[in-house]
Write a protein that binds this ligand. Structure first.
Ligand code: PDD
Length: 290
């Protein structure tokens, strides 16, 4: 039996991932001049695709990279890649760079078509993290001020994530001017006295698609929610801390800088949220929720 290599989409064509080639002059490679999206897929259905595509449009607009495809075009690419990987649970990666002009010059090129790349991969298994929770370390948020743009220029995020791993933790929780922003690749939630608290978007963070859903689910469960400035010192007194992202969904933080969070195990509110999230996901894949 021959195993088909993973398929990818590059500039209008489908090809084996291993045979895809881009120019070394591509501005994504030279300058990190590119934006991206990561979209989970459950039961073959891309999760909250309109919201992801809306955020991609916002990133393209903010960086003045021309939109290469409309929503129907992206949907066709994603469907084809997901089908080639056999449906089920996956994650789709989309990237658009400002293209590969003939010369390296910081200024926008006069003539260059955006480079458009997409691939689908298996969704990472996070079941152990959900069950047992993760350790995090706090770190200075050394990133730029436009973290609302989902840019591939992720060097600071890469260094911050590795810093956490080097210290025996899974993720860095970032603090800027004494306020909590987000994780190096996730949004953050605190539970204090039954209230779900998350940093406001005005603090210069990514508008997470998973973050939105967590807020919706909490409100639907009649739980109080606060989106506001979160002071770093609030982390230490939190009953629960969670991280959210398209690949992690929602996972509990059980240790912060080496000390237990709450009772040091996933908390009761987390268990409720996990159940609501799983129910929503199943309904979504069946076409029963928006
Ligand atoms: N990252 N904040 C940052 C800095 C992120 O990188 C991510 C996700 C999030 C969560 O956003 P969402 O819920 O829309 O995935 C918040 C993706 C998964 C990544 O870079 O792989």
């Amino acid at each position: 039996m021959t195993v088909e290599p993973p398929l990818c989409y590059l500039n209008g064509e489908y090809m084996a991932l291993e045979s895809a080639r881009i120019s070394p002059l591509d501005r994504g490679f030279l300058f990190g001049d590119a934006v991206y999206e990561v979209i989970p897929v459950y039961g073959g259905v891309p999760f909250r695709l309109d919201t992801h595509l809306g955020r991609l449009t916002a990133s393209l607009t903010a960086t003045r990279i021309p939109a290469p495809l409309d929503a129907a075009g992206w949907r066709a690419v994603i469907d084809r890649l997901v089908e080639a990987e056999g449906g089920g649970d996956q994650t789709v990666y989309l990237q658009v760079s400002r293209g590969a002009p003939p010369n390296r010059d910081h200024a926008f090129p006069q003539e260059a078509e955006p480079t458009v790349f997409a691939m689908a991969s298996p969704l990472p298994d996070t079941s152990a993290l959900r069950e047992h929770g993760v350790a995090v370390t706090t770190a200075d948020d050394i990133r730029w001020q436009r973290c609302d743009i989902k840019s591939v220029a992720l060097l600071a995020n890469v260094l911050l994530r590795q810093d956490a791993l080097d210290r025996g933790a899974q993720e860095s929780v970032l603090v800027r001017d004494d306020r909590v922003t987000e994780g190096s690749a996730s949004n953050i939630f605190l539970v204090r006295g039954g209230v779900l608290i998350t940093p406001e978007l005005e603090g210069g963070i990514l508008s997470g698609v998973t973050r939105d859903l967590i807020l919706e689910l909490a409100r639907a469960g009649n739980r109080p929610v606060e989106c506001r400035r979160v002071d770093a010192e609030e982390l230490t007194g939190a009953d629960e801390i969670w991280l959210t992202s398209s690949t992690k969904e929602v996972i509990p933080v059980t240790r912060l800088d080496g000390r237990p969070v709450g009772g040091g195990t996933p908390g009761p509110y987390y268990r409720d949220m996990r159940a609501w999230f799983d129910e929503y996901k199943a309904d979504y894949a069946e076409g029963r929720s928006a």
